[in-house]
Design a protein around this ligand. Structure first.
Ligand code: NAP
Length: 243
């Protein structure tokens, strides 16, 4: 597999694991980061030791102009974009009635608007090529909702709506659009969970464990190689949530 792949939010966690895994499969990776420059450089250096070159690119993907810069950089250098993975995301925890306007706007812009803007910017080129694959990282909470994570649940359900509508619109251009809706994955995003809370979730999960970022990277690889799956929400979650 040798594809040009943009991954948003690839400095840490799931995005970083996807960048490492897909780069090791021979793909050209453009790893976007926002605030964690050191970590993005560390990722680039780590892969360089294996003779693997990746591009890192700073952009706040909640802003249209910065999405445009990321896409322009990729097109100028590689002339095409085969795969877009909309992964960048944040979470906000707290009772719904306590959410401040700024928090609501920030999470919608970071998790949902970014995926809309990036998909618009990239699909122009994919339509010309009559080929492409867009993967949106949503969440089980988009499927079933989470108490005290209502704003997060809204953004992730919105992402799944983007996946379904866009899959229908872009299918005739041979562009597949799917969501990956992970269960609990061991990254900084869940650093507020206590050991006891994680144990409890593992006990409720048929496979008896939470996920690792690599589990999601493997699902992404499968979706990139697949040729007949579009408009779907695939949920690697150990069986914790079965809909
Ligand atoms: P994480 O470890 O907190 O990493 C988040 C990544 O998103 C970082 O690389 C961060 O980049 C980037 N990011 C945040 N805001 C950004 C912006 N405005 N522009 C560009 N990049 C931005 O989180 P994670 O657990 O890997 O989560 C990755 C995705 O998976 C998210 O969409 C999340 O909602 C989803 N997810 C996670 C879980 C889980 O249990 N961990 C479960 C389901 C879904 P910088 O640090 O460089 O700013």
């Amino acid at each position: 597999m040798s594809k040009v792949i943009i991954i948003t939010g690839a400095s840490r966690g799931i995005g970083r694991s996807m960048a490492e895994y897909l780069a090791r499969q021979g793909n050209k990776i453009i790893a976007n980061y926002n605030k964690s420059e050191e970590k993005a450089k560390e990722l680039q250096e780590e892969l360089k030791k294996e003779n693997i070159e990746i591009d890192i690119f700073q952009a706040d993907v909640s802003k249209r102009e910065e999405c445009q810069s990321l896409v322009k950089y990729t097109i100028d250098k590689y002339k095409k974009i085969d795969v877009l993975i909309n992964n960048a995301g944040i979470s906000v925890w707290g009772p719904f009635t306590d959410l401040k306007d700024e928090q609501i706007k920030e999470i919608i812009e970071t998790n949902l608007y970014s995926a809309i803007a990036m998909s618009q910017e990239v699909s122009k080129y994919m339509i010309q090529e009559k080929s492409g694959c867009i993967i949106n990282i949503s969440s089980i909470w988009g499927l079933v909702g989470a108490s005290c994570e209502v704003a997060y649940s809204i953004t992730k359900a919105g992402i799944d709506g983007l996946t379904k509508g866009l899959a229908k619109e872009l299918g005739p251009s041979n562009i597949r659009v799917n969501s990956i809706a992970p269960g609990l994955i061991d990254t900084e995003m869940i650093s507020d969970f206590t050991k006891e809370e994680i144990k409890e979730i593992e006990n409720q999960t048929p496979l008896g464990k939470i996920g690792k970022p690599l589990d999601i990277a493997k699902t992404a690889k499968w979706l990139i190689e697949d040729e007949f799956t579009t408009g779907q929400v695939i949920s690697p979650n150990g069986g914790w949530i079965i809909t």
